[in-house]
Design a protein around this ligand. Structure first.
Ligand SMILES: [Zn+2]
Ligand SMILES: [Zn+2]
Length: 110
């Protein structure tokens, strides 16, 4: 289950991100990329910065928001078809490829 928190990107940070993003575009709002987690610090991906395997992230808490450049998580999934992890190095919680099994929503109300 992915964290459901969204954050609108403040205008000044959006402009700063635009200057750094190779694609020249960033989203106006981002969803936290972490699996559902404890704590109130969230990370939304703004742009891949390619070259050195880094990406620009929006990091926020209730009363705090900032831009951070983080290295990509180097841990790929097991097996020959293991996908890469979409998060940053040393992130908390599990890797994104550990969360690919679709779990049906609760259908029983008993
Ligand atoms: Zn989150
Ligand atoms: Zn990872």
């Amino acid at each position: 289950m992915r964290c459901k928190r969204w954050r609108r990107v403040p205008l000044d940070l959006a402009q700063e991100a635009l200057q750094k993003a190779p694609s020249g575009c960033v989203d106006r709002a981002v969803q936290c990329q972490l699996p559902a987690h404890e704590g109130d610090e969230h990370y939304g991906l703004l742009a891949e910065l390619d070259a050195y395997g880094t990406a620009l992230w929006l990091r926020w808490r209730v009363d705090y928001v900032d831009l951070v450049v983080l290295r990509d998580c180097p841990v790929a999934g097991p097996g020959p078809d293991g996908g890469g992890c979409c998060l940053f190095a040393d992130h908390a919680e599990q890797h994104t490829w550990e969360d690919t099994v679709e779990v049906p929503p609760h259908t029983s109300r008993s």
